[in-house]
Each structure stands twice: as C-alpha cells, then as structure tokens.
Ligand binder design. Structure first.
Ligand code: MRU
Length: 365
C-alpha cells in the first residue's frame, strides 16, 4: 500500500504490467481508489478472471492490455511441449478470460491477437511460442501508450485553451496506459500549460468519475469539479462547458457507440444545448463486424451495485428489483466526431470509420 499523498504523478503510474519474473500480472486495484493505492499480483486463472469481473482492472484499453498479459502468464503454466495440447489449453484460457465482460471489444481484440500468435506458429517449439506471446503482450501495452498519446494530440485539435469540458466515467491513465483517451487531451494540454476546466460526472452506480477521474485530474493539478450525473443538464444549460469528451467500449460500423451507462443521455442533452459531443478511443475499439449499436452486447451487472455497494446500509428494500446495465449506446447522429490515434472521423461515420480502419491496417486505398 502506498500513501496517496506521496504518490508520484498519476499519469506516470503503471496500472497494468507484467511482473519482472513474468509469472504474474501486476495491477493497481481500482476498486480501492481513491483512498488506497494497492497493487495486486495475480497469476491464477480465477483471480485474473475475477479482476476483470470485479473491475479491479477496468476501462476498455486497460482490460485489453491486462488480457494480453494474463493469457501469456497462463500460457507459461501449461506444462507440455506438444503444440496441439498447448494450443488447445491456450485457447481454452483465452475463451475463459474473454467471457469475463462482453461489451468492451478490446478484451476480445487483445485475446484474438494472442490466439493469432499461437495459431500462426504451429511449427515452433512451445518455448519459442511463449517468447512470441510475451513479445505480443508487451507490444499491446506499448502500442496503447503510443495510441493514447496520439489520441490526446488529436483531441487537442478540437479544443481551445480555456475550454471547460464535461466528461463521463473514467477514461484517464487508469483506464488505459498513459494519458488516457477522453481525458488525454486535458492531461496533455495541462502539461503544455493550457488551461482546461473539467466537470466530471460521478457516474452512478460505480462512481468511476468520482473515485478515479476526479482523483487523476486533481492529482495532476487540473481544475476539476465533480457533479452527480443528474447535474449535467444544468451545467450545459448554464453554458459552462464548450465540449463533451467521452470514451468508448465499442464503436459499431455506423458510428453508434457503446460507453458507460449515461453517456447516451449526455449526448441527447448536448444536442439540445448545442455542445459538441466527441467520442475518443483507439481504432481497436471500432468493431466493423457490428453493423449498428443494436448488435453490441450490453453487460448487465448485479443490482446490489445500485442497492448497497457504496452505502453503509442498503438504500433500497432487499426485495426491490434493480436493473443495472453497465453501458448504453449513443446514436451516431448525436456524435460530432470520433477522435482516434489515426485521425478525426466526422459524419457520415459509415464511410469515415471504414476508411480509417483500412488506413490503420495498411490496406491499399
Ligand atoms: O465499466 P467500466 O468502468 O470498465 O467502463 C468504462 C467506460 O465506459 C470507459 O468510458 C471506456 O471503457 C473507455 S476507457 C478509455
């Protein structure tokens, strides 16, 4: 445990890394923030799976990075030199990890990359395949750092010095690697002496904005005001924000975007009050296999998160039904632009996203 007051710059904390002996994944336990900074060293399949389910590690890009390391760590535990047996067990582990949460496509994307390494190397020995798996998992993290930096640079292009921004959930360094996505431009701009103000939504029921975004921005010295989700309308009506910046868990081919529950409501408000609404995320979050938002699986979580999780005593009768969807889908028509590491996509998103993805893959135009 580290005393929060002695923490170095939050932007530079390593929230998901491979342990030096390569036997474990080391994460900051995000469920304990902002009160305690504790690192967890995880190597058992069930503990790795639980860390995703319990949101000890969360945020689409961070889940992807974690999944890469987790599958490698579990791969090292497979005791065989036989390719067929190794690959069978490896794919079983990745399917298990992939079943932890359904909405953020980065989980599946990272695990597919890891599976691909095994599938494409049937003639290599198991130790050689493990070496390639290690390299791939480290590459996923390294690429995320580069992507977040590029997203942050591109995000700065839609902002002006002095702007106030409304954000939802947590999309900062804790949800990614460095800087973050939607909060990345604010942190990068702040480093460069720009003055941004941020209104951070709480948001109910898991309070990632309060516990994580407010913490990250406050630690970084950014002017941040925490609000409950139901205050966003008034903030916009008062003309206090010039842009909404949100992250994404999966962007469908037509631009419909799944993100933390409450995001779509903000987008409706932003349209009404004429505030530009930007989605920021890596290209890996764009899922061209999902034609529209209706094809994105939405995670439903335990109603106890609403009833009792953050309270000293339950705040609703034990018998009352609670509905707890973790994400909603913002219609593409409400999104001003989708900002990625490869550029800024504008409507019509069907075209701009497809072009971006083929450019990033290096396909011929
Ligand atoms: O349930 P969570 O906390 O994993 O949800 C996180 C979000 O919705 C983020 O906005 C999204 O993953 C983007 S993080 C850069």
């Amino acid at each position: 445990t580290t005393d929060m007051d002695t923490t170095d710059r939050i932007e530079q904390l390593d929230n998901v890394v491979l342990s030096p002996d390569k036997n474990s994944v080391v994460i900051i336990d995000q469920t304990l923030l902002p009160n305690r900074l504790e690192y967890l060293t995880l190597s058992k399949a069930e503990d790795l799976y639980d860390a995703i389910v319990m949101l000890r590690v969360r945020g689409a890009p961070a889940i992807g990075i974690f999944a890469g390391f987790a599958s490698y760590v579990l791969g090292r535990q497979i005791k065989t030199q036989d390719y067929e047996e190794f690959s069978g067990k490896f794919f079983k582990n990745t399917a298990y990890l992939n079943s932890a949460r359904p909405t953020a496509v980065n989980l599946e994307w990272a695990l597919r990359r890891m599976d691909g390494v095994v599938r494409e190397n049937p003639h290599k020995t198991v130790p050689e395949i493990l070496q390639l798996l290690e390299r791939e998992s480290l590459a996923i993290r390294k690429e995320d750092i580069a992507m977040c930096t590029a997203i942050s640079e591109n995000g700065l292009k839609v902002l002006k010095d002095g702007d106030s921004i409304l954000t939802h959930c947590n999309t900062g360094p804790l949800a990614t690697s460095r800087y973050g996505t939607a909060i990345g431009p604010v942190l990068l701009g702040h480093e460069r002496g720009l003055n941004f103000k941020v209104f951070a939504d709480e948001p109910r029921p898991l309070l990632q904005g309060a516990r994580l975004t407010a913490f990250e921005l406050y630690k970084a010295g950014v002017d941040v005001t925490l609000i409950c989700d139901n205050m966003a309308s008034l903030v916009m009506k008062n003309g206090w924000v010039q842009a909404c910046l949100v992250g994404c868990d999966r962007v469908a081919a037509n631009g419909d975007t799944a993100n933390k529950i409450g995001t779509s409501g903000l987008a409706v408000l932003a349209r009404y009050y004429n505030v530009p609404f930007y989605v920021l995320g890596p290209t890996s979050t764009i899922d061209l296999d999902c034609p529209t938002g209706a094809d994105i699986p939405i995670e439903e979580r335990d109603g106890e998160e609403i009833r009792s999780l953050w309270y000293r005593e339950p705040m609703a009768p034990a018998e009352v039904r609670c509905w707890d969807p973790a994400f909603d889908v913002t219609d593409h028509s409400l999104i001003s632009a989708i900002v990625t590491e490869g550029g800024i996509c504008r409507p019509p998103f069907g075209e701009s996203l497809r072009e971006l993805v083929s450019r990033e893959k290096g396909d011929a135009p």
